[in-house]
Write a protein that binds this ligand. Sequence first.
Ligand code: PHB
Length: 386
Amino acid sequence: MKSRLSTAALAAALGLGLAVAGPAAAKTKVGLLLPYSGTYAALGGEITDGFNLALAESGGDEVVVVSADTEVKPPVGLAMARKLVLQDKVDVMVGIVSSGVLGAVRNFVDGMKVPLIVANAGNDGATGAQCSKYITRVSFSNSQVNRPMGTWMAENGVKKVYTLAPDYAAGHQQIGAFKAAFEAAGGEVVGGEFTPFGKTKDFGPYLTKAKSSGAEAVYVFYAGGEAISFVKQYGSFDMEQKLYGSGFLTSPLYVKAEGDAAVGVTTSLHYVPTLDTERNAAFIEAFKAKYGRMPSEYAVAGYDSAKVLLMAMAQGAKGREAIAGALPKISYTGPRGPLEIDPATNNVVQNVYIYETVKGADGELTQKVVGTMPAVRDAANGCTLN
Ligand code: PHB
């Protein structure tokens, strides 16, 4: 008869102690949920690089990482979140670039009680009316980076603006927040349009309307591949209006591909590589040493996501519930400046920088900071965490 002795019984019979939990079992399992294909593929890669740099700095042996490609499609994002949680059994998820994907995974994350560290997607609802104790955002909210720009532009004499953005949650929220602040400070949005997301190759018809709109400036949100084509086409369209936007438009990640058309564009963002602090200099040096290029705001979001997770773990947080509970209590000063998580919403509180893209002495495009809004905090916006 074939022996049915289990490994444990066999070990016991032989008088051996059985090591049930090897070193791997003690590790925290992280699921990176990011776009590795589609319009935002470069952003997913950059967030991953930032995340891996922070892990490498810490020795990197406390966590294991599995990644899943959300593309830029909400249903794919949800399917990948389900895979990470139900099949890979991750302790925590990190990532999400698109506000649409974040909207699609919110209920699943909340229902499964799995902590999610949002490393980009600005969806206001996720730290507003649809907030969750399991969702902590270290990147920015759509209104947080655009609201200060509305006030700043009105205060700096801009009166009439035309707006453009992709037709999905982030486009609507970013333009909505800009418009509310701009108009509250005395400016006027004279018109605007939302362009089909990820599908618009030719911005010509939209630029024609903007050109004859009577506005003195154009304010937009575009990111990734769309930002590159938009800025290049804007440059070749001979527009009289100065171009403004949220700072993803001229991100250091792809501003080189935009070339001279990006010069003079003024935008707002939570990080630019030219911030003159020791902490940022050390980060840039480490990033350049590992990857051979300058980091962008996406790299910083990945880096800080790993940092806050490692800080929570260093405080003893282990497993889903403990990590979710520890994250909102973290504050630290990183490459972008001081960062804290607002326990009322679980959204990050941080400086917002206004910068102009300029040509540096070496002819390379760089970021000149022209304004700083300190410690920008969102209102609770219907969130009832407190
Ligand atoms: C978003 O969908 O929330 C989003 C995407 C890319 C960005 C910023 C925001 O650069």
